[in-house]
Design a protein. Structure first.
Length: 647
């Protein structure tokens, strides 16, 4: 809720006591206006007796059960009595138990927030005001209540004194012998009323200025905490501070832990930036005293007051010596990170309100400096992480088979789109010559658990295992290869000890070119084994796309019932095409969160299978991008197309 000065003063005119008005009428008018102004639910005014021992319900607005307050509430008794005794505002924002609700507000309503404000004047408690609302009171609203109470106290005293006047007039008619004495008392009361009205006008003006300053500081806080650069922070702070107080000179000093000094990179004098300067913390100066002691420093006549803080009058270098100064430590989480200062070349310039305002500004600056430091740390860490991941990408790309090695034996395309910089999907190829001069070509598409860095580590493990099993151990049967990887991965990840689900899904093919018979076509024998991944192939003679499922278990994952990996033999001819995929393509969602699906992939392959391999790749990628649009990529995507060649 945003209060301006004119609205604030208008409120005071509406709730001002009018001569002749009863305490109950004035109290009800006061409560109604403040309840409506603050969007409260209800309000109550409790006045103290003349001995300041008990509180009594005097007026209320919207209160459900005023009979609760027929008896007086002793000072110090319960929350209400404690507020009266200790003269401190009390705000309750937790969920209020029903017994408190009954005590304060009656049985029909449990509010979300209660605020109780003591009415204090000259250290005497004249009463307590209570307001409730169904959502939390903000800081600026709390300040409004505090500001109102400064003047409500005066008004309450005026009203009580009028009642005293009425009582005295009544007594005059009964006691003629006391007329002269009572007349003197009345005269004194009238003079006091005039004086207190003058004080009220002065306080109203001060409250208006305070509200303006709070608004300025609040705007500053919202703006400054989004900045990380000290030059920007310093400029914004100077612009706002100069609207609140005299700023012939202004500076923010930042603690340099390495140099053990306070640095002033953007000190301004008459709006001109001075050259950088610093003060060593073991050097005697006002700024170092403020930092080392983590205390405010308030001076309005430096030549007479410097001795309170340092032994010798400070040296300001080429600058003229300021006369009035304020230094405030910048502190966050009980750690001092710098100082802020304003200077003037005149005597007795600064008031205590200026110190309060500068401390509020300093609190926001400390947060901004801390945010800036955290931002730099995060930026450096992100840079290091990014550099590490990018280097990991180079390693992963180096481990992947060279496309030219695959092109030597087949026409091919590869769609490889990691979700992050590195991928948990990978493709693998090997060309093996047997002792009998027979040759096998192995091609695999592998989908490891996860993506990003964890998936990339698994992909390196999978690549190494395939190389070892086929190239070193010379195991060539696909189902046996999958079994070997499964055993090795479980042993490596200690599956018996660790309850993890890390593993990989794989589509593996062994391609063998057969001796050409009398026909004009080259024949191929394909041995396929899959772990939760299918093989899709296109028969160019009958122009049909077929999908063969793999075994329904993942490699490396513990099983309640042990299953064996199966393998399938397929006979194909030249111009037939194999498609090996991870699940990233079919699992990709559109902006309606609908997955593309296997059927759509089969349909797309059917439509493009007769096209050149580069065109097939382009069409599949275009179909994916058109379906995905602005939706996020969910997983790594891998499709390998292998076209069997004519001998």
């Amino acid at each position: 809720m945003d209060y301006n000065v004119s609205e604030f003063l208008k409120l005071f005119r509406e709730i001002s006591w009018k001569i002749g008005q009863t305490l109950q009428d004035w109290g009800t008018q006061l409560l109604q206006n403040i309840v409506e102004q603050t969007n409260s639910i209800q309000g109550a005014l409790f006045c103290a007796d003349s001995k300041q021992e008990f509180l009594y319900l005097t007026a209320y607005y919207g209160l459900k059960n005023p009979d609760k307050y027929d008896e007086g509430i002793a000072f110090g008794d319960g929350i209400l009595g404690s507020v009266a005794k200790f003269q401190k505002i009390k705000q309750i924002d937790e969920k209020i138990p029903r017994q408190f609700a009954n005590y304060w507000l009656g049985e029909e309503l449990i509010p979300a927030s209660i605020i109780l404000i003591p009415i204090v004047f000259n250290n005497i408690t004249y009463g307590v005001m209570e307001y409730t609302r169904d959502y939390k009171y903000k800081d600026d609203e709390v300040f409004l209540f505090q500001a109102i109470m400064q003047t409500v106290g005066v008004q309450l005293i005026l009203l009580l004194k009028e009642q005293q006047q009425k009582q005295l007039l009544y007594n005059l008619s009964e006691k003629n012998n006391e007329i002269l004495e009572k007349s003197k008392v009345l005269q004194m009361l009238n003079e006091e009323i005039i004086l207190q009205k003058s004080e009220l006008e002065e306080k109203n003006a001060k409250v208006g200025k305070t509200l303006r300053n709070i608004k300025i500081i609040s705007e500053f806080g919202q703006k400054i905490t989004a900045s990380f650069d000290i030059s920007i922070i310093s400029k914004i702070a100077y612009d706002y501070v100069s609207t609140l107080m005299e700023t012939s000179a202004f500076g923010i000093g930042i603690y340099n832990e390495v140099m053990n000094s306070i640095e002033f990179p953007d000190f301004k004098e008459f709006n001109f930036k001075l050259p950088y300067f610093s003060k060593q913390l073991d050097e005697e100066h006002l700024s170092t005293w403020c930092f080392n002691n983590s205390k405010d420093l308030f001076i309005n006549n430096l030549p007479e007051e410097y001795g309170k803080y340092i032994k010798t009058i400070p040296d300001f270098g080429v600058r003229p010596m300021p006369i009035s100064l304020i230094y405030v430590p910048l502190t966050i989480q009980n750690k001092t990170v710098g100082v802020i200062t304003v200077n003037s070349y005149k005597t007795n310039v600064y008031k205590k309100d200026d110190l309060v305002n500068l401390k509020a500004i300093g609190a926001y600056i400390a947060i901004a400096l801390d945010n800036g430091k955290a931002y730099e740390i995060i930026k450096d860490k992100n840079k290091n992480i990014s550099e590490s991941i990018n280097y990991g990408k180079k390693i992963q790309q180096a481990v992947l088979p060279l496309k030219k090695d695959i092109f030597t034996h087949f026409e091919t395309f590869i769609i490889f789109r990691p979700k992050d910089v590195v991928s948990g999907d990978f493709y693998w190829f090997a060309h093996e010559k047997l002792d009998n001069h027979q040759t096998y070509n192995f091609i695999a598409a592998v989908d490891c658990t996860g993506h990003g860095v964890p998936g990339a580590f698994m992909s390196l493990i999978g690549t190494n295992m395939l190389n070892e099993i086929i190239k070193i151990k010379k195991i060539y049967e696909p189902q046996q290869i999958l079994k070997e990887i499964d055993n090795s991965l479980k042993l490596l990840l200690k599956k018996e000890e660790n309850n993890t689900n890390d593993g990989m899904d794989i589509c593996l093919c062994r391609i063998e070119k057969l001796k050409t018979d009398n026909s004009q076509l080259t024949n191929y024998k394909i041995i396929f084994a899959g772990a939760k991944r299918p093989l899709i192939f296109y028969n160019s003679i009958i122009k049909q796309v077929t999908r063969i499922k793999g075994t329904s278990i993942s490699i490396g994952v513990r099983q309640k019932i042990q299953k064996q990996f199966e393998q399938v033999e397929i006979r194909l001819v030249a111009n037939d095409i194999l498609y090996l995929t991870s699940d990233g393509y079919i699992d990709q969602c559109n902006i309606q969160r609908q997955a593309l699906g296997t059927n759509k992939l089969i349909e797309n392959i059917t439509n493009i299978a007769t096209l050149p391999m580069p065109t097939q790749q382009k069409n599949l990628e275009n179909e994916l991008d058109e379906y995905k649009k602005d939706a996020e990529q969910r997983d790594d995507i891998l499709i390998v197309g292998i076209k069997l060649l004519i001998a």
